[in-house]
Ligand binder design. Sequence first.
Ligand code: MRU
Length: 348
Amino acid sequence: MIRTIEWTEAGVVMLDQRLLPGEEVYRTCGDYRAVAEAIRTMVIRGAPAIGVAAAMGVALGVRNSSAANAAELDADLTRICDVIAGTRPTAVNLFWAVERMKKVYARTRSEGIEAVRAALVREAQGMHREDVEANRQMGRFGQELIPQEARVLTHCNAGALATAGYGTALGVVRAAVEAGKRIEVFADETRPFLQGARLTAWELMRDRIPVTVITDSMAGHLMARRGIDCVIVGADRIAANGDVANKIGTYSVAVLAKENGIPFYVAAPVSTLDLSLADGSQIPIEERSPEEVRSLRGVAVTPEAARVCNPAFDITPHRYVGAIITERGVARAPYAESLRALAGPCSS
Ligand code: MRU
């Protein structure tokens, strides 16, 4: 299995996804600020992987803290959590992970600094394990929606690289292949960061799952020519009514799928649900540097001073979503009810 992220004594080790597919370089983040920078600059990316990285970053920050007493440690924890939570605004897994670490801290604080440190490391490692298990379960539920032979279109990278392992949307693909189904994946290249061309193609080729890369603008043509049987994507945040925030371009794919009568599915863990938001209009959309659009790997593709915009995510309204596959089961419309039932009574 691809090692996306790992806790080690030396720090948090991550595969640098900016360099793939050309180079496989592992970076060790020795302090929480380095973890925050890695999340911000997309050394690691993908909502569930960001969540695990955030948890490990908090654990690392508290482990390295020189606080002499509980009050100093409280102040350190607040600073660490604020820095990590300030990295990327859309993926709710980031905030979910930080909140979960804060709860562990509050629960163990009275037991002394060493007990707190050990509990936080244990929690972060547990979140890593849980994420892989959730993805495998999601795969088992999701693969039942995939025909025996299918050409599956995906957007961005919702694979092993975007999670602690196995993947969400690509986890469903992997589970379908493991169930003996004949699957061919079409990967949108996913401008501007090219997660589809660089990452989805790389990890599926490693697993010998047939994959064809297309530019984002080719999806409609393929669908119209009956070249796609279903679409599966991941998510960064899902509102209470089932509106889905995912990589920029997902909305266009969903509209094209509906126009062509092709099922559009979303695979995401329950930690990606944000039932505190009534609908997708309330989900913050990250705006990234214009340089990501102006150039490709350092080579200018626009006039130097061209005005560009770079929203990193968009919202797919729930009416386009055929099903939301989670590790607790498959939700169908009306999502306000089905998501609430999957999330359980305690969720906000
Ligand atoms: O900007 P990124 O690469 O972090 O965006 C990733 C996505 O949009 C993924 O589809 C989403 O996080 C789900 S990953 C399982």
